[in-house]
Design a protein around this ligand. Structure first.
Ligand code: SF4
Length: 207
């Protein structure tokens, strides 16, 4: 049975594709990730996702339009002062908005192209809000009349890394958006986050 696999990138799709195939599915890749900044990085990840699909022999579709302004317009309303560090439970509000856009497009694409099932390589990452992804995907499955296939692909974390290295895929070192790029490379932000998480109570401004 065919299943649409929303691919956040090539490396994160390695284990899910292998696992889905072992369960008898025929995964078909779908790339829709306007969260990735800057443009050059988006192109690189798209190229890698395409390259991965060709190497492992799966069909692949991509939204080739880079929608920077739309993405920023969507997340900006929830990017406030507290966004400079992670919230006490470890997650940014903007990630919910980001998941919702990508997963709603995946569910819509699945419905419009006669897939009964869809899933996402976001479920592979240890760095994402797994439960929220599941909840949002189930919501949009209902909205578009398709089924969301849930599996905790995080169990294949190391196997996915090994496979991506074997396939010589480009492996990025930040999540995707411009905010996550800053979080990854800014020393000031890293210090602020460390202070936040080690303080007995978060500073009021961050509540
Ligand atoms: S950190 Fe990742 S999931 Fe969160 S908003 Fe940025 S790109 Fe999206």
């Amino acid at each position: 049975m065919k299943i649409l696999l929303h691919m956040c990138c090539g490396p994160c799709a390695c284990y899910p594709v292998e696992q889905l195939r072992s369960e008898g599915f025929e995964p078909v890749g779908y790339f829709f990730n306007p969260n990735i900044h800057p443009h050059e990085e988006w192109r690189r990840r798209l190229k890698t996702a395409r390259e991965f699909a060709a190497k492992v022999g799966i069909n692949f579709f991509a939204d080739n339009h880079y929608r920077l302004r739309e993405y920023l317009a969507k997340v900006w309303s929830v990017v406030d002062e507290a966004d400079t560090v992670q919230y006490r439970d470890g997650w940014h509000k903007r990630c919910g908005v980001c998941y919702a856009w990508r997963l709603s497009e995946a569910a819509k694409f699945a419905a419009e192209n006669n897939f009964e099932l869809f899933t996402s390589s976001l479920l592979y990452s240890r760095h994402q809000n797994h439960e929220l992804i599941k909840k949002i995907a189930e919501h949009f499955a209902n909205v578009f009349g398709v089924k969301f296939f849930y599996e905790d692909f995080r169990v294949g974390w190391q196997a996915g890394i090994d496979l991506s290295l074997e396939l010589e895929l480009y492996r990025q070192n930040y999540c995707g958006c411009i905010f996550s790029e800053e979080e990854r490379f800014s020393n000031d932000l890293r210090k602020a986050r460390k202070k936040f998480f080690t303080s007995p109570e978060p500073p009021c401004a961050l509540l």
